[in-house]
Design a protein around this ligand. Structure first.
Ligand SMILES: *Cc1c(COP(=O)(O)O)cnc(C)c1O
Length: 463
């Protein structure tokens, strides 16, 4: 973008390569509170601290790479969502963003509910003692075995995603002598990502039953006749990393329109609507996420206004934030292994992890920030690309980032806002071992998901 952005005189090039970067930050040692977990700071020696622990101690004790999670920040964000929506609404944390038994306990203690979308996520929640009534079960292809387990356990709701699943869940519940609470997931023709949303033609996806052409109305018609189901509401999830509330506005309008049609046709007012998750967080300083209380106010107003216009009782609202709760609470701590300047281009900084612990850059072209955290530096900024150790040139963690020009092997660097969709999407590519998740707070650090070992790897390989 900005080719004249390098103020201190480019180190390797007169013309900088194309990229997403703008000017280097005024102070490379500064930590923007928007992208870092709440208790992050630097101590007197310039070492980054979180939850009262320095990253140098954490690296020593737990190794690198490691996901370092600020427990008090997680709890504070969970609580902020809970408080913002109050007692007339439910907040379901989307477990796929990051789930572990410790997380389930924190959610439980902070009064949140939980979304799961596989047997494995359900098993994790149940083994941590989550009340099944507070669990919602999602997914576009839940197996018969998964549905059976969920119904037997007594999950609070199953979100139905297809005509076959409506019949399947009803049949299984009836066979177990139960009436399963359920919502129907519809697609409202809105897709939202970051700062834009598109209001047409996005029924072309695997999730949900299209509102268009009367399919959603037909799904409701069927669900209402089945003894194994208690239809409690309609569900809509419009995208991810959303900052612009107008997509939710269109979605709420269309969902309420369906509720009105259901009332007119069946004389039934469904008591709940779920508007999904997808609220954005700051990955870099240029992102400006909204606070939970603003989001709650906005969503509640939209739904209330639409229901009043349709003369409907205002249903109980639920939302499903994943990223917005866990994303900002963790960073990935890496050790620098090599620093390779490419003349006329940029400097490649290799870390001891990569696309196996953060696939989002490769998968979604995601942007991240990065900082030198084991010390401060007064060196000039250099344009870098932070890459991993995998056998793949697309193995990029941070595509364009400024780091101090004296960066050297052995330095620790950290990538903030990696709490969501990093550990949960981690792989064993190249048989690299998945990093641990270390929760810190009040000067204490404890492993909540341990580092994978070669033994773990070999245990699955039965020869
Ligand atoms: C992924 C997902 C969420 C959570 O999305 P975030 O972007 O993490 O908030 C919520 N609901 C459903 C149905 C999802 O698929």
């Amino acid at each position: 973008m900005s080719r004249s952005a390098h103020p201190a005189g480019p180190r390797h090039a007169d013309v900088l390569p194309e990229g997403h970067y703008s000017a280097p930050p005024a102070d490379l040692n500064a930590l923007d509170p928007k992208v870092w977990a709440r208790t992050v700071n630097r101590d007197g020696d310039g070492v980054l601290t979180v939850g009262g622990r320095t990253v140098t101690e954490l690296a020593e004790e737990f190794g690198t790479p490691a996901y370092i999670l600020d427990e008090s920040d997680f709890r504070a964000r969970a609580r902020a969502w809970r408080t913002a929506f109050g007692s007339d609404a439910d907040v379901f944390y989307a477990g796929k963003a990051f789930l572990s038994r410790a997380v389930v306990r924190w959610l439980d203690e902070e009064g949140l509910n939980l979304d799961v979308c596989s047997g494995g996520e359900l098993a994790t929640a149940l083994s941590a003692g989550m009340d099944p009534a507070r669990i919602a079960f999602h997914g576009n292809n839940k197996s018969v075995e998964e549905i059976t387990r969920a119904v037997e356990a007594g999950v609070g709701r199953i979100v139905l995603d297809s005509f076959q699943e409506i019949a399947r869940v009803a049949h299984i519940a009836q066979g177990l002598g139960k009436r399963q609470k359920a919502q129907i997931r519809i697609t409202v023709g809105v897709e939202a990502h970051t700062h834009e949303f598109i209001a047409t033609a996005h029924e072309d996806q695997k999730f949900g039953i299209p509102l268009a052409g009367g399919q959603a109305a037909e799904a409701v018609r069927r669900a209402l006749t089945l003894d194994g189901l208690e239809l409690i509401g309609i569900h809509s999830h419009i995208g991810s990393q959303i900052f612009d509330m107008s997509g939710f506005e269109v979605a709420a309008h269309r969902v309420v329109g369906l509720l009105k049609d259901i009332r007119d046709e069946h004389g039934v007012e469904l008591p709940e609507i779920d508007l999904g998750g997808g609220l954005g967080i700051a990955y870099t300083s240029s992102d400006d996420p909204r606070e939970p209380h603003e989001i709650a106010k906005s969503l509640t107003e939209i739904v209330t206004r639409e229901c009043e216009a349709a003369r409907l009782r205002v249903p109980r609202i639920s939302v499903e934030p994943g990223r917005a709760i866990v994303g900002p609470t963790a960073f990935t701590l890496y050790e620098v292994g090599t620093v390779k300047p490419l003349d006329g281009l940029r400097t490649y900084v290799s870390v001891d992890g990569g696309m196996s612990d953060n696939i989002r850059t490769a998968l979604y072209d995601a942007e991240y920030s990065v900082a030198l955290v084991s010390r401060t530096s007064d060196a000039e900024p250099m344009l870098t690309r932070v890459v991993g150790k995998h056998c793949e040139s697309g193995d990029i963690v941070v595509k364009d980032a400024f780091l101090p020009a004296d960066l050297a092997p052995g330095d620790l660097i950290a990538v903030p806002a990696t709490g969501a969709y990093c550990r949960s999407m981690a792989s064993n590519y190249n048989h690299v071992l998945r990093p641990p998740v270390v929760a810190v707070g009040d000067g204490e650090a404890r492993v909540i998901v341990r580092r994978e070992t070669e033994e773990d790897l070999l245990r699955l390989d039965v020869g």
